[in-house]
Design a protein around this ligand. Structure first.
Ligand SMILES: [Zn+2]
Length: 511
């Protein structure tokens, strides 16, 4: 029977922590794990207890915290010649008290000889004894067959003997690892079929690295060959070129191959950006599904085609993965973009409208537009010119050494003046809190507004003029999210403008 089901297994907190850019504190690891649990991730590999203090502490803190996910502790087989009960690493695994333990062991004979400096048989014996030790203690053991595909290509007999040792000693799953990311999908498929035929009742997993740019397709082909467990990381973080990106492989498997994981794909965008914020590794703008540009259209011709037929330049509906369609203003863009935006925001606009040409000109001047800028411009030309508030003083942020920055914000709402000061984590956060406090009296609903993402980038402009910055803000309140994008030369000022316009958008939408 053909396999059509995927059981995702997340290793962002263990293999993903090998990414040179990753800096994960216990608190951040817990935050990521909780988000994954909320998503319904079946397995979360939390780290390697005993390998460092953070991982050891994480397992203490994480006990009993999850509702949907099974927390997994990771470790390796006992050291050669050491009895499992005397092995410090295996004992740390027991101490972490997780029901499931993943044990990595060597399956490539060359690697056994050169790095473990032992012969084939003692290694097999160690695999067997280590797994037996843990299963006797009531643990469910997944065996990560390190370098399994490399081993299979060089010495299939030994690679299979290692799997057999793991299976016989009670392993509940065998995860086949493309540790160096060296394999092609054709080989992965062939080797996996071979192993699956030998042990048809065994649960198999795939652990693919992306060194050849093939991690997604290798994982999918392994599933087609009979694997159910797909190990990977959020945003593909990991050492070198990283592990397979679960936020890419899962939507690809589901939407292109009909292989479902049972996870809600509409949360993919949110999970990716949540994790990016925690581990401070941004999602590449051009990442499939989760990149900010994944459904962003620039050229006028594309925008026109896109409006006539939404499928013309998009491979799937962005809502399926929680992303949104957007358009970039450019010289090529024009009348069609304005029509699309008017429609998106519910304005009735025909090309005969006298405001149409001016609107097109104004839009071109802005260069970048988020939801807030689109709406405010349409509101100005087609709605009323009344805005919910004016900021009279906003930029007076004092950043005293060693003290958190303090912002003084003064606003005018319907002729009355409100002023507040607020301390923040940074100058923008101080301004955000000050603005919120100043508006609260007249607009209590602003208390729900949260800054979901705040990114400053340097746009690639041709001119040699003063450096421009672009601020992208994603705000949310209740169940809705919206964006605000502004370019300017002063970073603080540009960030404040992006927030102000984001707040105005929210208030105007409610009126
Ligand atoms: Zn790995």
């Amino acid at each position: 029977m053909k396999n059509t089901k995927i059981i995702p297994y997340d290793t962002t907190l263990r293999d993903g922590a090998q990414d040179p850019r990753a800096r994960l504190s216990v608190a951040k690891k817990l935050a990521i794990a909780k988000r994954l649990d909320k998503w319904g991730m079946p397995y979360i590999e939390g780290g390697w207890p005993g390998a460092n203090e953070i991982d050891t502490e994480f397992f203490q803190e994480a006990k009993g915290l999850f509702q949907h996910s099974q927390l997994v502790a990771f470790g390796m087989t006992a050291r050669i010649g050491v009895k499992p009960e005397n092995d410090a690493g295996l004992n740390m695994l027991l101490k972490s008290e997780t029901k499931v333990v993943t044990l990595v062991g060597k399956t490539w004979l060359q690697n056994v000889k050169l790095t473990l400096r032992t012969e084939g048989l003692p290694n097999l014996e160690t695999i067997r004894k280590s797994i037996e030790f843990l299963t006797k203690e009531g643990r469910e053991v997944f065996f990560d067959a390190e370098h399994w595909f490399d081993g299979f290509s060089q010495d299939p007999q030994y690679a299979m003997a290692a799997l057999e040792a793991a299976k016989e000693s009670g392993a509940a799953a065998l995860a086949l690892c493309d540790t160096r990311g060296s394999c092609t999908p054709e080989f992965i498929y062939r080797a996996t079929r071979f192993a699956k035929k030998r042990f048809p009742d065994m649960q198999f997993g795939i652990h693919a690295h992306n060194d050849g740019g093939l991690a997604v397709i290798n994982s999918v082909w392994a599933v087609k060959a009979g694997v159910t467990q797909v190990q990977g990381t959020i945003n593909g973080v990991g050492e070198r070129t990283g592990n397979v990106d679960l936020c890419v492989v899962l939507p690809t498997a589901e939407f292109k191959y009909g292989l479902k994981s049972g996870l809600d794909m509409q949360q993919v965008f949110d999970v990716a950006h949540f994790v990016a914020k925690q581990n401070e590794i941004p999602v590449p703008a051009n990442n499939p599904y989760t990149g900010k540009n994944a459904f962003r259209h620039k050229a006028g011709l594309h925008a026109a085609g896109q409006q006539r037929d939404p499928e013309s330049y998009q491979h799937i509906d962005p809502n399926l993965v929680g992303n949104t369609i957007s358009f970039v203003q450019s010289e090529q863009g024009g009348s069609t973009n304005v029509e699309i935006m008017a429609k998106k925001h519910g304005f009735d606009l025909s090309r005969n409208n006298p405001a149409f040409t001016r609107l097109v000109e104004e839009m071109k001047k802005l260069k970048v537009l988020g939801d807030a800028q689109e709406f405010l411009l349409l509101h100005k030309f087609l709605g009323s010119e009344v805005e919910p508030f004016d900021v009279l003083v906003g930029s007076r942020v004092t950043d005293t050494r060693g003290q958190p920055p303090e912002a003084y914000v003064k606003v005018r709402v319907n002729g009355s003046i409100h002023e507040e000061t607020a301390f923040g984590d940074g100058p923008i956060n101080a301004f955000d809190l000050g603005l919120k406090a100043a508006l609260l009296q007249k607009y209590p609903q602003v208390k729900d507004i949260l800054v979901d993402d705040y990114t400053v980038s340097l746009p690639q402009t041709g001119g040699g003029s003063a450096a421009e910055v672009e601020v992208y803000v994603r705000l949310k309140a209740g169940g809705t999210t919206w964006t605000s994008r502004v370019r300017g030369t002063d970073q603080q000022r540009t960030g404040e403008d992006a927030l102000i316009q984001g707040y105005k958008y929210y208030l105007l939408k409610q009126i």
